[in-house]
Design a protein around this ligand. Structure first.
Ligand code: PLP
Length: 468
């Protein structure tokens, strides 16, 4: 399988190449040159497979010749063996129509673990074959950071530098990053928002002085391997609910558009998805873009769902590219326009192709709290704020046939956001025992101004230069 850049100018790469890369050299994102597909019979035959086997089957066409099938299965077994639930991503029924897909049973209690536990193993797999060193630079709105750090802490040949917006992640989120004291882990709190941190990281991937000295890789969802791993649970959930005979809808709490784009990929591969509901909080650029075609960034307002406090959704570019007819030159022009004006219009082709699969909804603080209370009072389920926004969007979705189940992706464990959950429901969710002593552990991080040159210099002083 070959991968091409959404901006059409960068060389195509194989799976190993895109896994170890950051942005494409033209500033675009890598996508497979075509979508692999499964027939209805092939999908039906996947029903009942253990999660790790299903994962290896669905990912193999994306991995191509880079990893042999038996080895890929070993890697998925190792990655998903670290989850605390035997089903890995269990499905929970709320009422006749509404379901929750619990994606938070990994080591750091958010869905990011599903992809990052595997990505950590993929890095090790590819680096062990080459005598090279990798410098991971990432920006986190809270959950990517801890999941990536857990996946690579203490591993040879990898350093990780993780930027988070100072004071804008929850205490549990921050401590899950800053209490990992392995020498290859570097936490940086920057003065600014997540979008500022993400812009800094993107600038570093485009900075020739940094990329020629260090082998810089991405753990954000600009990394294709992450999205690939997330395609799997759409299949897992739909198969349990009767796919491929029955169509299923998904509601996805959305920030960087990575998770819901994985659902789009599942649909391109042949999974009968009725609808993908993009749920946003009041930082609603995606809701505006999908409902009116206006993709214009406002300022970020901090909310109780910090992993969705985003105004620039990197992976939306992948959708615009695919839905708009895969014209790299046109995307290059459109994204340049967005980068300079912070605003652009979707083309008619992009709008029509998106509308065929996506709808969107936005939830404010009161709607989020109401969804959390409904789940608690009617179904005895305690939800985190992100999941509650997804459930709100699932419950207000219109135009779905009566027999279509709606699966809300439960993206984080409620204990990660204990204060917000307690405010809405009166219940304080307990931290699972495997992370129970988080508040007793020592923290280490460095606070830096939101200034690119300062941050690049700080990283350059501490990173290990590449071998070749
Ligand atoms: C990262 C995250 C999201 C947003 O996912 P994207 O792939 O960035 O759209 C939603 N909820 C939680 C809890 C997250 O950690």
């Amino acid at each position: 399988m070959k991968y091409v850049s959404t901006r059409g100018q960068a060389p195509s790469l194989d799976f190993e190449g895109v896994t170890l890369a950051g942005l494409a050299s033209d500033g675009g994102l890598y996508v497979p040159e075509r979508w692999p597909t499964f027939t209805k019979a092939e999908i039906a035959a996947m029903a009942g497979l253990p999660y790790a086997e299903l994962a290896a089957k669905i990912m193999q066409p994306f991995v191509g010749d880079c990893i042999a099938p038996e080895r890929l299965l070993e890697l998925t077994r190792e990655a998903y063996g670290r989850f605390s639930h035997a089903a890995v991503t269990p499905l929970v029924q709320l009422d006749e129509r509404q379901w929750l897909l619990e994606l938070f049973h990994g080591p750091t209690l958010a869905f990011k673990d599903v992809a990052l536990q595997l990505l950590g193993l993929l890095f090790e797999e590819f680096l062990s074959k080459r005598d090279d060193h990798l410098t991971i630079v990432g920006a986190t709105s809270g959950d990517t950071g801890s999941a990536a750090i857990d996946a690579v802490a203490g591993r040879a040949k990898v350093d990780i530098f993780m930027l988070h917006p100072h004071g804008r992640v929850s205490d549990v989120q921050r401590r899950q990053m800053t209490t990992v004291l392995a020498p290859n882990v570097h936490n940086i709190a920057i003065d600014g928002s997540f979008d500022d941190a993400q812009a800094m990281v993107k600038r570093m991937f485009n900075d020739g002085a940094m990329t020629s000295r260090f082998g810089i890789a991405a753990v954000n969802s600009i990394n294709w391997a992450r999205l690939m791993a997330q395609v799997v649970y759409y299949f897992a959930a739909a198969l349990q609910l009767g796919a491929p005979e029955r169509r299923v809808a998904f509601s996805v709490p959305t920030g960087n558009f990575g998770d819901v784009f994985a659902g789009y990929v599942a649909a391109q591969m042949g999974l009968p998805i009725e609808r993908l509901i993009v749920a946003t909080n009041i930082n609603d650029i995606l809701h505006r873009a999908l409902s009116t075609g206006d993709y214009s960034a406002g300022t970020v307002t901090p909310t109780a769902a910090p992993s969705m406090d985003i105004q620039v959704s990197s992976n939306f570019e992948r959708l615009l590219y695919d839905a708009g007819g895969r014209d790299g030159a046109a995307i290059l022009a459109q994204m340049k326009q967005f980068e300079s004006a912070k605003a652009m219009q979707l083309t008619n082709a992009q709008r029509e192709a998106s509308a065929a699969l996506f709808t969107s909804a936005r939830a404010d603080a009161a709607e989020m709290a109401k969804a959390m209370r409904w789940a608690y009072e009617s179904c005895a389920e305690v939800l985190d704020p992100h999941t509650a926004i997804g459930l709100h969007a699932a419950r207000v979705a219109e135009g779905l046939a009566a027999d279509v189940p709606v699966v809300t992706l439960a993206t984080a464990h409620p204990a990660k956001f204990g204060d917000a959950v307690e405010r809405a429901t009166g219940v304080r969710p307990g931290l699972p025992s495997r992370v129970g002593d988080l508040f007793e552990r020592e923290e280490a991080y460095t606070r830096l101004p939101g200034d690119y040159d300062t941050i690049a210099a700080w990283i350059a002083e501490r990173a290990t230069p590449r071998v070749r």
